[in-house]
Design a protein around this ligand. Structure first.
Ligand code: NAD
Length: 359
């Protein structure tokens, strides 16, 4: 199976590792061949193309991964116009200023599409989603806190919309139903945290409605410690409150936690208490354990039409999410800009061993 990765930086490299570690059965034992398009070639043994058109024509990829920086997604997507294979696109789908009709038209002929919303592939979110469905729970209230430190990171970014997309998706994803999140109050903070500008939206706090439930949350790219938590309260058909909390990538990447419980007269009745297990004997899978599930689903679907383990974050749902992000970007009442460049120039730390640059 031929896989073309467009943009072989941090995210693209993780995709190459995920595809290289796929169970061969997924592709019907067809070996995975990887090629890439990048600003410049790398010495990694993969076939390099300097332009997308030639790569698609000559390499005939069954799967294309779009993992260039946010602001270039649209250019790449436009160049995929007419492509008939499967596209995996890094989040966010595009930059807030980009034309969504053009995105839709360009990807119209693809055989399938998945946005990389990798937390959908966590056992924590999968288990909660299933529990909510099986027990016909109705969301009453949700709150999230989702942040990491990207201060003085050397990669361009569209800002906090690239981070808040995860909890916005998760709340809707686990609570099921077709209702759309309606954003209400939006507040933000701007800063020069990123090389992408002097007043980029680095954090956002939202209030929203979702099918009668109230959703609140805060997300940030200047949170000095990584923190990824979603708390939810549901009502059961027997009119009991059911509580759930999900914590992701804590204390290390790939370790996620889910607890579901109800209150009783003698304390709490714990319904689910789950901490994801990782196979320590395979360090090559560190940080890509969830990604490999998404990649496996995409490869299986592209190879033989196999049903994915989860429905993909397809183009319609990705466009809906992008509209929410665009609203946050455009309408948040903001304070700042905060100045993180406190000296005469920005200070960069190129610590290749720092896993915090992920995500
Ligand atoms: N899902 C996640 O958790 C997650 C994690 C990290 C990054 N991302 C996303 O992945 C994307 C890439 O981020 P990154 O951290 O890998 O950045 P990066 O800067 O490390 O890599 C981007 C790569 O794309 C290449 N590139 C840029 N424009 C190009 C173009 N027009 N044609 C060909 N190559 C081009 C660059 O040379 C670079 O190698 C972003 O959209 C980011 O939001 C997602």
């Amino acid at each position: 199976m031929n896989v073309l990765i467009i943009g072989l930086g941090y995210a693209g490299t993780r995709f190459s590792q995920a595809f290289s570690n796929l169970d061969p059965a997924v592709t019907g034992n067809e070996p995975v061949e990887i090629a890439y398009v990048n600003r410049s070639p790398k010495s990694n043994g993969y076939r390099y193309f300097s332009d997308i058109e030639t790569a698609v024509k000559e390499f005939e990829p069954a799967v294309v991964v779009v993992s260039v920086n946010d602001e270039y997604h649209i250019d790449v997507i436009k160049q995929l116009r007419g492509y008939r294979g499967f596209v995996i696109c890094e989040k966010p789908l595009v930059h807030p200023q980009d034309d969504l009709d053009e995105v839709e038209a360009s990807l119209k002929h693809t055989s399938g599409f998945a946005l990389d919303l990798v937390e959908r592939y966590s056992d924590a979110s999968i288990t909660l989603k299933q529990y909510v469905k099986d027990h016909n729970l109705r969301l009453v209230r949700a709150n999230f806190y989702w942040g990491k430190d990207r201060i003085n990171d050397h990669r361009p970014t569209s800002g906090v919309i690239s981070e808040i997309i995860h909890p916005l998706d998760l709340v809707q994803w686990v609570s099921g139903g077709d209702a759309e999140l309606e954003l209400k109050d939006l507040q933000g903070i701007r800063s020069d945290f990123s090389i992408s500008g002097t007043a980029v939206l680095d954090s956002a706090a939202i209030t929203a409605n979702l099918a009668g439930a109230v959703v609140t949350g805060y997300s940030s790219f200047v949170n000095i410690l990584r923190k990824r938590e979603v708390d939810l309260v549901f009502a059961s058909p027997a009119n009991k409150l059911i509580f759930a909390t999900m914590i992701f990538d804590t204390p290390v990447w790939d370790i996620d936690y889910l607890r579901i419980w109800e209150k009783t007269n003698i304390g709490e009745r714990v319904i689910v208490d789950l901490k994801t297990e990782i196979d320590e004997s395979r360090p090559e899978l560190n940080t890509i354990r969830k990604l490999i599930r998404l990649v496996g689903d995409a490869a299986g679907f592209a190879a033989s039409g196999a049903e994915p383990s989860q429905p993909f974050a397809d183009l319609p749902s990705s466009l809906k999410l992008q509209k929410l992000l665009n609203t946050i970007d455009a309408d948040a009442r903001t304070i700042g800009p905060v100045q993180y460049v406190v000296g005469s120039e920005r200070e960069f730390f190129n610590d290749e061993t720092n896993w915090e640059r992920l995500g």
